[in-house]
Structures are given as structure tokens and as C-alpha cells.
Design a protein around this ligand. Sequence first.
Ligand code: CND
Ligand code: ZN
Length: 366
Amino acid sequence: MKTKAAVLYEANTPLVIEELDLDDPKEGEVLVKIGAAGICRSDWHFMAGEAKTALPAVLGHEGSGVVAEVGRGVTSVKPGDPVILSFVSRCGRCHFCTTGKPNLCDLHMATSTTMLDGTHRLHKGSTNYTPLSKLACFSQYSVTPETACVPCPTDLPMDKAAVIGCCVTTGVGAVVNAAEVKPGTTVAVVGCGGVGLNVLQGARLAGATRIIAVDINEGALEFAMQFGATHSVNPSQQDAEARVREITGGLGADYTFEVFGSGKTVEMAYNMARKGGTVTIVGIPPDGDDPSIDAVALVRQEKTLKGTYYGSAQLQVDMPRMVELYQTGRLNLDDLITRSYRLEDINEAYQDLNRGEVGRGVIMEF
Ligand code: CND
Ligand code: ZN
């Protein structure tokens, strides 16, 4: 069949909307009609050449849709089922899948530019197109692994389902699964965009009492107050590390999170944590932009420094929990989504992201 998709041919050039050929789903795969796709900074990293993949590529890793057709052997979904798309597909057999860490599936990572069997479904002429995260949801239709599909309720709007596909699960999961924030503690979040806002509301959910939003964009700081922030700090206007110490009684925060993606902001999050505190890195710095961390201080101050991929989540279990938290009013996804776009306007959507428009943008028309 044909599908209209946004293609990245070369870093630092606009995405090109064009029609591609899409193969039928093979065994263990599903054809999904995309319902919504979020504008996440992770896709931008590829557009800006800050992260690399094989080009041309169809990006889009935060999505939702409705199953249109299933390949041989598919049992967990059927045509007509609404699904949240997981940007990691698990093989179910590797060390990580079998020890409760399916977000780190070896086969998924080893086949990062193709489907799980090492082949492509998107083509034009003799050219194969990389399906980013095996989802490629900047497209009308996508063929995904069955294990990328997490069934969701039919009354869950597609835009809410899409954001659960990345920023919600990543942000809330960073708090509850990775850092394991305890009630009554202090939290600082560096970078309060789509993902950071969910770290903030995850911290509120976990019972943190002082929740400090840190961002260079005043609009983002103001917006963050709706998502659980109790204090805001702008590093371009004040000594942010000193201000966080001041808010936390001279100690530094119990938990800090880096949610922008740069060596400098990793250092900032690291320095904002108290002795014995936990520093969790969510953002993805450009290749080579590494933080400088003093190993001796790490020892003497007993800090914990950890990374978290996809909210350290068990997607099939944690995503339905996010749906439940939204539907019972504990997670605010209604205000999180601030703008919607047509696929044709995707370059403008990324300009808005980089201009610092607050909240999350979502493509709703394909
Ligand atoms: P988005 O652009 O929406 O937010 C980034 C925020 O950081 C904005 O509000 C900026 O103003 C703010 N910011 C920029 N520079 C600074 C600075 N020097 N100090 C403080 N704040 C600053 O991005 P997003 O929320 O979509 O993504 C954030 C990061 O998370 C990004 O690197 C993305 O690739 C990564 C990510 C990680 C994972 C994961 O599994 N770990 C999943 N999805 C996205
Ligand atoms: Zn993302």
C-alpha cells in the first residue's frame, strides 16, 4: 500500500512529505493507522544531526493508532483495536526481556535501523527507509512489531494515547521506577518541556513536597506550576545551584532530574543534588557533549547517578497504569497538550518546539 510520510533525507534539512510504499505486516507484525504523533525532542536530535541513524528515515516515536491489519501469528491485538505505540519492541527472549527490563531489549537495540528481523517495510524504488524505533509514526500508516502495541481503552483520545507513548511514561516512570522518589522529599527538575512536565507531575504524585522547576524559558517555568512545581528557578537569571540549595534548607535536593539533554545541564542536575542524593538523567545529550563529573566528589558525597530509558518501564504494565492515572484525574494530560498540527506542518511544529512553545505539540491530521 501507499502511505504519506515525513522523511528525513539529510540532517539540518527540512523533513519532506511524500508518498512511500509500505509492505504488508509480516509474521508477528501489525499494520497501524496512526491516530496521533507527538513532537518530542528525541526526533529533533536526528533532524539536527545530534544523534545518528541510517538515512533516509521516517521519524516519530511517540504515537498511537488503530490496528488495521495483523500479520501471521499475532494474538494480542486485532483489527479495530486502539493502541499506544511503544518505542521499544521486546523480543521476549534476551537477558533483559527475561529479567524484567524489556525497555532494554537487546534485539530491539541490535536492529535499531530496521524491523526486528533486520528488514524494512518502507521503500521507494530501490531505497529502504529506516523506521525510527520500529514505529515511524510521522506517517499515515505504519507496520510495527506486535510487541510495540499496547492496547488501550476505546474512549481514550488518540492524542492522550500518543503522549503516554513517550513523554508521560518516560517522565513519570523516571520518578516512580528509576529514582523511586519518596513522600516528603525535595525534587529539582532541569528542563520543563514535554518530558520534564511529566517528571514534575510524577514527583507530585509520589508525594514530594518541594518540587523545583528549573528552566531558562520563563514561559515554561510559569506553565510548570500547573504540573506540580512549587518553586521555579531560571539559570539564565540567577545562580540556579545556589537557589536550589537555599530552597532545600542549604542541603541540595534529595532527587534531581536532567530533562533537556546536554553535558552542562547534566552537571547542573548533578550539582543540585544533596550529599547522598539521587541524580537521574532522562535527557539525551548530543553525541560527544559529555558532562564533567568529579569522581572523588561522587565518592565522598555518596551521590547516586543513574540513567533511565523509557521511564525504566515495563511498557505493557505501566502504560495502562498511566491511562488509569489520567482517567481518574491524577495525571493532567489535557493541559499538557497545547497544540495540534497536520503532518504537512511538521517542520513548523519543530520550529515551535525550538522556539520554546510550552507543553507538548501533537500531529493529529495525517
Ligand atoms: P523539550 O524541548 O520539550 O523541553 C526541553 C526543555 O529544556 C525546554 O523547556 C527548554 O527551555 C529547557 N532548557 C533548554 N536549555 C536549558 C538549560 N540550559 N537549562 C534548563 N533548561 C533548559 O524537550 P522534550 O521534553 O521533548 O525532551 C527532553 C529530553 O528528553 C530530550 O533530550 C529528549 O531527547 C529526551 C528524551 C529521553 C527519553 C528517555 O527515554 N530517556 C525519552 N524521550 C525523550
Ligand atoms: Zn520521546
